[in-house]
Design a protein around this ligand. Structure first.
Ligand code: A2P
Ligand code: MG
Ligand code: MG
Ligand code: MG
Length: 352
């Protein structure tokens, strides 16, 4: 029997809303020494750490036994050299945890304003994201700021949360503070939250939690079809996407956008396909970068697979393991994109 996951979805939306309020506020006051470079050369800001602390604290309050796969860890913040950053993160996280939100607060599910946490409680909350992942059982994924480079540029980024049960994503929430609410009406402002529960469809809200609107991928037309792809050429191959576009006679240039905002746009009918092919060997896609997007697109009537047509496997640990590339598209076009991707891969192999 399928479960409703109503409490989990409510909590996830509330946690993402609080984290979005935090990241939007921090962007305006971010100063130079509030960003670190991680071992993999990617940036992490006080916003990433504080947002993970907030979401993890709220999850722990509501579901104390659920393990969490979170992108960030607090090791740097526990060092003497990380003290200034830690102090700022604690202040940001506590402001976000204690402030009342106008809509969606529901004490019954423990999602209303919480008590301020101590430094060590917040560092422990960040480090609770260290679960290695598993094939079975419940686990949450947190990407507190997906697309940190976009965040730092003042462009698109997303606060991403999902619940995975026995390797299947059951709940996904993606908050996009800088995304237009309605791309055809820019005057309507920015700030959207997408949410989806398995078997129950997908919807978009404003950042304040109002105006829930179902989202669905419409049939695509040659006039409107284009690819959604990363801004960063190091994250996914732009040239491969060009070759696939040529094979499919796609004339519109791709829409470049950071983060899982791409999955949100696809789900509400923008573009037509999200294509992400690796640029080199060695990088394994992380489960927190695709789990919320996968359920959102599937519940909006689309298909998400890797470049071989295989489903994304969320049960192999913190990464997608054996999956190679990602293709997300409406049901009517996914098959055609997959064939073109296979063709482009074969062409590349023949040339090598
Ligand atoms: N070498 C890489 N290849 C693919 N994705 C990467 C790579 N390095 C970082 N990422 C992650 O890619 C995602 C952004 O994708 P996009 O380029 O489509 O916006 C982010 O999760 C980013 O991490 P992060 O969450 O730290 O920003
Ligand atoms: Mg990162
Ligand atoms: Mg990410
Ligand atoms: Mg991130």
């Amino acid at each position: 029997m399928s479960q409703s996951y109503a409490a989990e979805e409510q909590l996830a939306i509330a946690a993402v809303r609080r984290a979005c309020a935090l990241t939007s506020a921090v962007f305006n006051t971010l100063i130079k020494n509030e960003t670190l470079t991680k071992g993999d050369k990617s940036p992490v800001t006080v916003g990433d750490y504080a947002a993970q602390a907030v979401i993890s604290s709220m999850l722990h309050r509501a579901f104390p036994h659920d393990p969490i796969v979170g992108e960030e860890d607090a090791a740097e913040l526990r060092l003497e050299s990380g003290k200034a950053m830690k102090d700022r993160i604690v202040a940001l996280a506590n402001t976000a945890l204690v402030s009342p939100l106008a809509l969606g607060d529901n004490e019954g599910w423990g999602i209303g304003p919480g008590a301020a946490q101590t430094d060590s409680e917040l560092l422990d909350a960040i480090d609770r994201g260290n679960y290695p992942g598993a094939l079975t059982g419940r686990m949450w994924t947190i990407d507190p700021i997906d697309g940190t480079k976009g965040f730092l540029r003042g462009e698109q980024y997303a606060v991403c949360l999902s619940l995975i049960v026995d390797s299947i994503v059951q709940v996904g929430v993606i908050g996009c503070p800088n995304l237009p609410v309605d791309p055809t009406h820019p005057e309507a402002g920015t700030g959207c939250i997408f949410s989806a529960v398995r078997g129950q469809g997908a919807q978009q809200f404003t950042l304040s939690g109002s105006d829930p609107t179902p989202v669905r991928i419409p049939a695509s037309t040659p006039e409107t079809f284009n690819f959604l792809e990363s801004v960063e050429a190091a994250h996914s191959s732009h040239s491969f996407n060009d070759r696939v576009s040529t094979l499919l006679n796609v004339t519109r240039s791709p829409t470049r956008m950071d983060s899982q905002a791409k999955y949100g746009c696809l789900a509400r009918g923008e573009g037509g396909a999200y294509l992400r092919m690796p640029t080199g060997v060695g990088y394994r896609e992380k489960i927190w970068d695709h789990a919320p997007g996968q359920i959102l697109v599937e519940e909006a009537g689309g298909i998400v697979s890797d470049s071989r047509g295989k489903p994304l496997d969320f049960g192999l640990g913190r990464t997608l393991g054996e999956n190679f590339g990602v293709i997300a598209a409406g049901k009517d076009v996914h098959g055609r994109v997959l064939v073109a991707v296979q063709q482009a891969l074969a062409d590349a192999k023949a040339k090598a």
